[in-house]
Unconditional design. Structure first.
Length: 156
């Protein structure tokens, strides 16, 4: 997709809500997300710590964003040895830093098919639930503003 078209999609406050199912987008709008760009820099671990965003809701939103931003992405990839080796390098380099991965890192990897992206998503989800950032009793953030506030404090 051309950069101009991608920018339009990333910054649109209405196009994404018309394209992605309302039962998915309404919850995220309520949490403070206004456009797809708002999602791209959010760490997956922080996303899982948002109020009422469990693994299933997160996956639905990420798939919605993937289909909206990258409509040409293939669902399944071939399993050639060359592709398998390339993906193994990604797994060995990217996934050990699962706690740093953002939504943008996940869905913008054009070498991943949808199926491969979901496999990485599942791995990150598993690592989140095993991490010290997970607390089954409460969510750390009630909305996007709180995530942004936390990120500003950590940068300073």
């Amino acid at each position: 997709m051309k950069d101009c078209e991608m920018n339009k999609r990333l910054n649109s406050e209405t196009l994404w809500t018309d394209t992605i199912a309302p039962w998915i987008t309404e919850h995220f709008i309520f949490l403070g997300f206004k456009k797809p760009r708002d999602f791209m820099k959010v760490r997956l671990y922080d996303f899982f710590n948002l109020d009422c965003v469990d693994n299933n809701r997160a996956e639905e939103m990420i798939l919605g964003l993937l289909h909206f931003l990258y409509p040409e992405r293939e669902e399944r990839a071939d399993s050639s040895p060359k592709r398998t080796a390339a993906l193994q390098v990604i797994v060995n380099v990217v996934l050990p830093k699962a706690n740093e991965m953002t939504i943008g890192d996940l869905i913008a990897k054009e070498e991943f098919s949808e199926e491969e992206m979901l496999n990485v998503f599942d791995y990150v989800t598993q690592s989140f639930y095993k991490s010290s950032e997970y607390d089954c009793r409460h969510y750390k953030f009630s909305n996007l503003k709180e995530i942004k506030r936390k990120n500003k404090r950590s940068v300073q």
